[in-house]
Design a protein around this ligand. Structure first.
Ligand code: NCD
Ligand code: ZN
Length: 350
């Protein structure tokens, strides 16, 4: 990493290990923002219908590549959406054919477009055994779905009742705890590293649960897992900036049309793609950890997934930048996380 002076960083181009790109007009609108910041990305499979077969993943990858504007490059890394009916052979075939690099576990009903997800981990035991055998990582949305469990406790309860037993049952399975939001789950990840890792979003480093209600209801800060108390946000910042290789970048950028967010029953998801790197680097700067940024953004995730870091570099400068506040999609728009702010860091040199 070249960092001289410290208001300018040149690092290997980062990868985003958790992205919702959607499809159609939304895909075409949001993809350029992700491709501007990231060389590769793990594409979430929670489309309607979800991406559950090798053919569907391959076709979705083609649509993403076709949506990429002239002059931009980006490598989508596909995932399989696990259901109660997923077959171990299909999982292995997609992995061996290099169509997908991981499988995604959504507990049924946990989040946006997860109703086709897994209702009981016992139903996918043969799939997990196969994944363990072939070295294919499992990406977990780690929240329980019981409506009686307080929404702020759903990650903690998942950790105790589902994740720890799963890690004990499958001691060789590679697992990423996606969008970690609690201090306790970070310690579980540390204790099981290096075969277990966690992604951390930009928004969970910046907001706590109070921000969602600050001065009124802020629907654009609502995502799942929902932001937690301040002590958890501080633990996430410490973990991300610590240099520990089990923590890496995953934005969970999740665009929804403005009307679906500003609604009587608004969708979960923060559209942070256009401001993700600026936010992460600002956090590392505030924590006095710019020297750890390249590991988090560009090296740790690649190592976990057995890939080489990107040869291309990206420059980040401490120079105020006004970012787009929203992105037009068809007749509507998507509101950008921190899009109304002037951010202290800019991507690219002057
Ligand atoms: C995601 C989405 O909108 O697809 N929403 C979110 O709040 N993060 C789904 C998810 O990753 O949970
Ligand atoms: Zn997500």
């Amino acid at each position: 990493m070249a960092a001289s002076p410290l208001d300018r960083l040149v690092i290997a181009k980062p990868d985003d290990w958790h992205i919702h790109l959607r499809d159609g007009a939304m895909l075409r609108a949001v993809l350029p923002y992700t491709a501007a910041q990231f060389a590769r990305g793990i594409i979430m499979p929670n489309l309607v219908p979800p991406v559950t077969s090798v053919e569907a993943a391959s076709a979705y990858r083609d649509r993403i590549l076709a949506a990429l504007p002239e002059g931009q490059s980006f490598t989508p890394l596909m995932t399989c959406y696990l259901t109660d009916a997923t077959s171990p052979d299909e999982i292995e075939r997609g992995f061996r054919e290099k169509v997908w690099i991981a499988a995604k576990l959504y507990p049924a009903g946990a989040t946006t477009n997860s109703h086709a997800g897994v209702t009981d981990l016992g139903n996918i035991a043969p799939v997990l055994e196969r994944m363990e055998r072939i070295g294919m990582p499992l990406l977990i949305h780690g929240e329980v779905t019981d409506p009686a469990v307080d929404i702020f406790d759903r990650e903690a309860v998942f950790m105790e009742t589902k994740l720890l037993p799963l890690l004990a049952r499958h001691q060789g399975l590679k697992v990423t705890v996606e969008h970690a939001t609690t201090a306790e789950i970070l310690d579980v990840v540390r204790a099981h590293a290096p075969r277990v890792a966690a992604t951390i979003t930009p928004h969970h480093l910046v907001i706590n649960r109070t921000h969602i209600f600050q001065g009124g209801l802020r629907p654009h800060l609502y995502c799942l897992p929902v932001a937690k108390r301040e002590r958890h946000r501080l633990a996430l910042r410490k973990a991300a900036t610590s240099g520990e290789s089990c923590f890496y970048l995953g934005t969970d950028t999740a665009p929804h049309p403005v009307g679906a967010k500003e609604s009587a029953c608004g969708c979960a998801g923060v559209f942070c793609g256009p401001t993700a790197l600026q936010t992460y680097v600002q956090v590392f700067d505030e924590e006095g950890a710019l020297d750890k940024f390249e590991g988090f953004a560009s090296l740790n995730g690649a190592r976990f997934h057995g890939l080489a870091p990107n040869a291309e570099t990206i420059t980040l400068e401490r120079r105020p930048c006004r970012v787009v506040s929203c992105v037009a999609v068809d007749e509507t728009e998507v509101v950008v996380f921190r899009g109304d702010e002037t951010l202290p860091w800019t991507i690219g040199s002057a």
